[in-house]
Design a protein. Structure first.
Length: 199
């Protein structure tokens, strides 16, 4: 059942409590905040001074303090620095696909949508404590760890595409690649699911 308003959620919560009392624990699903990636950030911009730098150098955006939370930064092979920030839905609309000033750089901003793959089960987007999957090789979908892969046959099989085909039989996407493949055909479905769970 999909509820479309806060009032509907509260009404259902009261009804469940009235009928079940303390027998059931009610957890209301909350959407995660959007994440954006700032590309080509100067080296002196860190997670501690990101928001202040954006606010000071880009006053035309009319952003307020506390709307941008820097999460982490990383360096690409060409030594470009990128920084990932978490923002509210309204701030995302203002910043997305814009160029902002940071230091002496002009930085482009895009959505940060990354499918995290679990080492144990080779499946996407769940936390380690929530992983109930069996050990699955990311190369051949066999029930062993990557280190135990023999590689004799060189036959690849993606567990994520196998599962996708099971749930979407009319699509029947290719499974003859590893789950490490960045062009995995099931990836658009994973990123769409991530997007639907974001404000």
């Amino acid at each position: 059942m999909r509820l479309n308003s806060k009032e509907q959620i509260e009404a259902l919560e009261k009804e469940i409590q009235a009928k079940c009392g303390g027998d059931l624990e009610i957890n209301i699903h909350t959407l995660r905040k959007p994440r954006l990636i700032l590309l080509n950030v100067p080296e002196d911009i860190s997670t501690t001074n990101t928001e202040d730098s954006i606010l000071i150098q880009n006053p035309d955006l009319n952003l307020r303090n506390g709307e941008i939370v820097a999460k982490f930064s990383y360096v690409m092979k060409k030594m470009n620095h990128n920084l990932v920030v978490e923002v509210g839905a309204d701030t995302r609309k203002i910043l997305l696909h814009r160029k902002i000033k940071l230091g002496w750089h002009i930085c482009t901003i895009e959505d940060y949508l990354v499918a995290n793959r679990r080492i144990k089960c080779s499946r996407f987007n769940h936390r380690v404590p929530d992983c109930r999957g069996e050990v699955t090789c990311p190369l051949c979908a066999g029930s062993h760890m990557l280190e135990e892969w023999k590689g004799d046959s060189m036959v690849y099989k993606c567990i994520n595409c196998v599962i996708y085909n099971k749930h979407n039989p009319s699509m029947n996407i290719s499974v003859d690649h590893s789950s490490l493949d960045k062009k995995c055909p099931s990836m658009p479905a994973i990123t769409e699911k991530y997007r639907l769970n974001t404000e």
